[in-house]
Design a binder for this molecule. Structure first.
Ligand code: PGA
Length: 227
């Protein structure tokens, strides 16, 4: 299976001109790009793109009195297929709980989206304990058929945005552990760069979730080529 490479632009760039420049530079890549919500519509304006678009988050209801929220149904209506759910930055800065993440996963699946569920331990935490706890709570009540539609991203929190990536051999231990619990595609994320990207695929990951490095088009192209 071809590795699935996902770019998470997070809260960048801060204007449409820069966003379009970046979209243009990576338009021939067969990847999924998750830009901020406001840039999701630019796909209608950029010609001959190969990438698909995804969102970085969604609400757990499809509509209603939820000021400021974007629902899975709206994303599906835009023609999107992917949505990141439970990213550690959302868990930490926006106090998203496993219960909320579980509701978001169910809502995204109901809207026909493919969720990318992020899990992983913080520095000093026991990886297996955290991973199994998150999987148990986040996936509660989801049918076997739906579980296979969920993509898991193993992202140790200490490796995100720090340059201190999780060594592929160590990440493989988490990968093997996750595989025992769920039979689906599993990606690695956390300070991925072009020198290391291939090693994660070699140890068995089905793709990568790339944050910071996806904002540098040249580096991102190299990551994809090497992987
Ligand atoms: P990073 O982010 O590549 O900048 O570490 C990964 C992520 O947050 O998904």
């Amino acid at each position: 299976m071809k590795p699935l490479i996902i770019a998470n632009w997070k809260c960048n760039p801060t204007n449409l001109i820069e966003a379009k420049k970046l979209f243009n530079k990576v338009r021939s890549l067969d990847v999924v790009i998750c830009p901020p919500f406001v840039y999701l519509n630019t796909r209608y304006k950029i010609q001959d793109t190969k990438y698909k678009l995804g969102a970085q988050n969604c609400h757990y209801e499809q509509s209603g009195t939820y000021t400021g929220e974007i629902s899975p149904k709206m994303l599906e209506d835009l023609g999107l297929k992917y949505v990141i759910i439970g990213h550690s930055e959302r868990r930490i800065h926006f106090k998203e709980t496993d219960e909320m993440i579980n509701k978001k996963l169910k809502a995204a699946l109901k809207a026909g989206l493919k969720p990318i569920l992020c899990i992983g331990e913080k520095k000093g935490e026991n990886a297996k304990k955290i991973i199994s706890g998150q999987l148990k709570k986040d996936l509660k009540g989801i049918s076997k058929k739906d579980l296979s539609k969920i993509i898991i991203a193993y992202e140790p929190v200490w490796a995100i945005g720090t340059g201190d990536f999780c060594k592929p051999d160590k990440a493989k231990k988490a990968l093997d552990f996750i595989k025992q619990k769920i039979n689906t595609r599993i990606l690695y994320g956390g300070s991925v760069n072009s020198k290391i990207s291939k090693s994660y695929i070699k140890v068995g990951f089905n793709g990568l979730l790339v944050g910071g490095a996806s904002l540098d088009a040249q580096e991102f192209i190299k990551i994809v080529k090497n992987a």
